[in-house]
Design a protein around this ligand. Structure first.
Ligand SMILES: Cc1cc2nc3c(=O)[nH]c(=O)nc-3n(C[C@H](O)[C@H](O)[C@H](O)COP(=O)(O)OP(=O)(O)OC[C@H]3O[C@@H](n4cnc5c(N)ncnc54)[C@H](O)[C@@H]3O)c2cc1C
Length: 366
């Protein structure tokens, strides 16, 4: 790869897993990088993530190809950080009704067609792998994706931020200057000029004002996970049923998540503590013979989702020296997208994989 120019100074806004990955790869390519984050650790999407690293949940070909590459990129992380940071355990998707059966079949067919690997397995094969789990409804089908896994997103975030300082401040606006730089204003009244800026502020991406440019806003529903202590390892793989997602979270620990319980929080129908009790109750019913399941950590965060649900990565034609990095499956995609964006910034060339995911598709007339 030919390096045409190395920007003098790049400011990365947002120290979640996506911003951290971009900062790491920019720094490795010789840029002087400043990372800025508005909040103390613990109030971000990355910390509240179920963090299933997967290609299996995507059907649309370009997005599926991106996620498959995202999973492949995790093999480098695994080589560098070992088993505690990422595990390729495989994922079972359990269908217990006609809707989830349709999804299971779609995902298996799509994964097989592109060579990612997926199959429908028998209830007996599933029980053999996960002998402790009891379903209260008979499974219509179980889809198995051996290439999926899970990550510890905070460990990966910390790894990417190694050697980089994070300044705690909130950016409020970004303005290209007439002298060929970019001005960032902060809520403390201060401003800095930088050569380029990466907006990786997750749910905050559209809150940073860019005068003379307009784009559609994404959404950010609430999501949460509950980490539990368990007397034994409840599961050895990632398991998704319509009522509960559960995966290993280290020895004698599991992580719980459910989309319908996320919805209860978003709609204000439950507090995080009552919602956590719902999840733990579901887990106790699914694992009735394993002793007590105790809550050790509840994490709540936004789920940043660009307007069409697909990632938003790269430069914007209407804002000079500005780059965006935002994605819904951001844990799966961070190592890959951080690297590809850094290459784009440093070399000026865009990987074809990113072509469908450019921020320009959200531009609106002023
Ligand atoms: C419940 C749940 C389950 C999920 N499950 C999965 C999954 O299984 N697999 C998967 O791949 N993904 C999953 N995700 C999505 C994934 O976690 C996110 O896509 C990813 O963490 C986004 O990372 P990020 O760095 O963009 O955002 P964040 O982690 O939110 O980081 C953004 C950072 O920007 C900072 N910031 C915000 N505004 C400003 C500002 N104005 N100035 C400076 N800093 C600012 C914030 O403080 C924050 O630290 C899940 C998310 C949730 C909530």
């Amino acid at each position: 790869m030919t390096i045409t120019s190395v920007p003098e100074h790049i400011t990365v806004l947002g120290a979640g897993i996506l911003g951290a990955a971009a900062a790491h790869h920019l720094s490795r390519r010789g840029a002087r990088v400043t990372v800025v984050d508005a909040q103390a650790p613990g109030y971000r999407s990355t910390t509240a993530s179920f963090a299933c690293v997967n290609g299996s949940a995507k059907i649309e070909p370009a997005l599926a190809a991106l996620n498959d590459r995202g999973v492949a990129e995790y093999h480098d992380i695994s080589a560098a950080l070992g088993d505690a940071a990422v595990r390729f355990t495989g994922q079972h998707f359990v269908a217990t009704d006609p809707d989830s059966l349709r999804v299971a079949e779609q995902r298996v067919n799509a994964a097989r067609a592109r060579g990612y690997g997926g199959e429908l397995v028998s209830g007996a094969a599933f029980r053999e792998r996960e002998p402790r789990l009891r379903l209260d409804t008979a499974a219509f089908a179980v889809a198995w994706f051996h290439a999926d896994g899970w990550a510890d997103p905070d460990a990966i975030r910390r790894h990417f931020l190694t050697g980089l300082q994070v300044q705690r401040r909130r950016a409020t606006s970004i303005t290209p200057t007439t002298s060929g730089r970019v001005r960032i204003d902060f809520d403390d009244g201060d401003s800095v000029d930088t050569d380029r800026v990466v907006n990786a502020t997750g749910a905050g991406v559209a809150d940073i004002r860019i005068p003379a440019a307009r784009a559609a806003r994404g959404t950010a529903s609430s999501g949460f996970v509950v980490s539990v202590d368990t007397p034994v390892d409840l599961v050895s793989t990632v398991i998704r049923t319509p009522r509960l997602g559960i995966r290993p979270d280290g020895p004698n620990r599991a992580l719980l998540h459910s989309h319908d319980v996320d919805g209860m929080i978003t709609r204000g129908e439950a507090t995080t503590h009552t919602a956590a009790d719902v999840l733990v109750d579901r887990a106790r019913r699914m694992f009735p013979d394993t002793g007590d399941i105790e809550i050790r950590r509840i994490a709540v965060g936004p789920r940043p989702t660009p307007p069409d649900g697909a990632p938003s990565v790269g430069a914007r034609a209407d804002v000079a020296r500005y780059y965006e990095l935002s994605a819904h499956s951001g844990v799966t995609l961070a190592p890959l997208l951080g690297r590809l964006l850094a290459e784009e910034i440093v070399t000026g060339t865009t990987d074809p994989l990113l072509a469908p995911f450019r921020p320009d598709r959200f531009r609106e007339a002023l």
